[in-house]
Design a protein around this ligand. Structure first.
Ligand SMILES: [Zn+2]
Ligand SMILES: [Zn+2]
Length: 283
């Protein structure tokens, strides 16, 4: 029995797997072996359905796995189209294969720009040798942030505007009575909780949250569009979130430093899990 067939036999399975946890730029090397150097990419399985969030460099390895046992449909949702969140798309094998249909989605763009247009621009010579048109059976969808999507039976995907340059879209996946939220990239205002986000993630089982900086580093990076691991914990606490997952790590934060932050976070809010490549969390 192949992986896909085995998945079909666990129809209520629900989990998130991390394929890339970095922000800004991939940073492989001896200092990032354990948390990983790939940029933003997460897989959420809802029974037999595979949802992908972001197409950073982590998307390449996920694509290789999917290509070995192709599902009939794959949905890729972008939080936004900054380069660290889309640069894996040209290396996503299933997009070149006839055996599946890849649906790409984005909710952050202004009406005069479509997702297809933005990805076409990235895959244009001399930036990239082959154009987007070589994709086999892909479709591109734009939706206004705030829309509720239903990408598969029983899967409810709500969306929320985030505070980020050129805009970004947060996602909440509700399935089988549980929920996982993905909140990246977003900037908070110190001392004032973002009530929109708090309500959006209310009582979620798992919340992935932009933790590019620490509270101590934050003042030097105002208006960069990012938040902190401490704010992740404050939002989680205010919203009754189960597990907070600091994510979108700064490339300058090596394994030793992230271990240190993880210890600090666990002392404040036990159960907090810093995102790392390969991590699987089930609500
Ligand atoms: Zn980013
Ligand atoms: Zn960004």
């Amino acid at each position: 029995m192949g992986d896909y067939a085995r998945l079909m036999s666990h129809r209520r399975e629900f989990f998130i797997k991390f394929w890339g946890v970095r922000g800004s730029l991939a940073c492989p090397g001896p200092g990032t072996v354990r948390y990983g150097g790939n940029t933003s990419c997460m897989e959420v399985r809802c029974g037999s359905h595979r949802l992908i969030f972001d197409g950073g460099t982590g998307l390449r390895a996920l694509g290789c796995e999917l290509a070995r046992d192709l599902p009939p449909r794959i949905d890729v949702f972008f939080t936004h189209t900054h380069f660290d969140h889309v640069c894996g798309v040209p290396f996503f094998k299933p997009a070149y294969m006839q055996g599946t249909r890849v649906e790409f989605w984005a909710g952050h763009l202004l009406p005069e720009r479509t997702l297809k247009h933005v990805l076409c621009e990235m895959m244009t010579a001399p930036l990239f040798p082959v154009p987007l048109e070589v994709f086999a059976r892909s479709r591109f969808h734009d939706f206004p942030c705030g829309t509720t999507l239903r990408p598969a039976p029983g899967v409810v995907l709500t969306t929320c505007r985030l505070n980020h340059p050129n805009r970004a879209c947060g996602y909440r996946i509700d399935y089988a009575g549980k929920s996982i939220c993905i909140i990246t990239d977003t900037e908070h205002v110190p001392g004032r909780l973002d009530e929109t986000i708090v309500e959006f993630v209310r009582n979620a089982d798992i919340m992935v949250y932009d933790a590019m900086f620490t509270d101590e580093e934050f003042p030097a990076y105002v208006n960069w569009g990012h938040s902190t691991w401490q704010e992740a914990l404050r939002v989680a606490e205010a919203a009754g979130v189960g597990v907070a997952v600091p994510f979108h790590h700064d490339p300058d934060h090596d394994d030793a430093f992230l271990d240190h932050l993880s210890e600090l976070a666990s002392a404040i809010r036990p159960g907090t899990v810093f995102a790392r490549e390969g991590l699987v969390l089930a609500p």
